[in-house]
Design a protein around this ligand. Sequence first.
Ligand SMILES: [Zn+2]
Ligand SMILES: [Zn+2]
Length: 346
Amino acid sequence: MKAVVYEGVGNFRLEERPMPTLLDSRDAIVKVTLASICSSDIHIKHGAVPRAVPGTIVGHEFVAEVVEVGTDVKKFKSGDRVTVNVETFCGECFFCKRGYVNNCQDKHGGWALGCRIDGGQAEYVRVPYADNGLNHIPEGVSNEEALFVGDILATGYWAAQIAEIKPADAVVVLGAGPTGLCTLECVKLYGPEKVIVIDTSEERLELAKKQKIADITINPLKEDVEKVVLAHTEGRGADVVLEVAGGKDTFQTAWKVARPNATVCIVALYEDSQELPLPQMYGKNLTFKTGGVDASCCEDILKLIACGKIRTDYMITHRVKLADIMGAYHIFENKLDHVIKVAVEP
Ligand SMILES: [Zn+2]
Ligand SMILES: [Zn+2]
């Protein structure tokens, strides 16, 4: 089968690989029906994910059809349409029992698919702990509508959840890229008074407004971000800030636009270390929460898609065949051709 393989820093290649097989009674083999390229794939390519193992098939954002299950898989059978969770988790360890599945103590716990074990930019995938790692796609929900559930949408949902947004809060989201848009979709579930989104792309800001997931947009290339946020929050700053951009100075903007006693939720995966200027923020009494996602709410997210409360399929701007994925990588990595997300069909 065809698959995209991480050969080493700076090098992804489309190759022929053998079909995966069941290795454990809790595994499932799934046939990928639609996959995507995530910015975390680009981070792997750049060597910014030290635990990524060369020789691994990449891709951790995909939907599939079950073709074979191990004898201990209870919830799924051949033919089921499923979303696949970016995280592998046993469901039984200290962290899993508390919902912190990102830190599952299993040797392959956490983000393993497409990083440390073979992932979804391929025709078939072995999914460990299938009863935990898969979710049924409800009838009436398309593959495109469900494509981001296991990764960036799970991330946005988790971020909005841990940010403790209260009704009538003023919320700032830095970044209107794919994960930023997913975060905005989930922030609106909490009934904020206003949502302010910050990005350097006019096009992405426009999209957030058009989808009615942002009330106010700020482009730091054109406006003084701190001033505009203060003007919209009676001079206080935002009640909740979600930093999804991961840019050079976006962490600094995130804590500066937060009001005293705010929660600042860091969702972004940075490629460089960030400075925490404690003397400057002394007295602001901020609460910081940091990534990555505990993707333990995929079933709820699918319900919200099914009833129309969350939508993300509008982010798919490009559709390609797996055979043409390297061209799509070039477009996605360099943000060419107005790309937001790519849907890849095997
Ligand atoms: Zn991802
Ligand atoms: Zn676990």
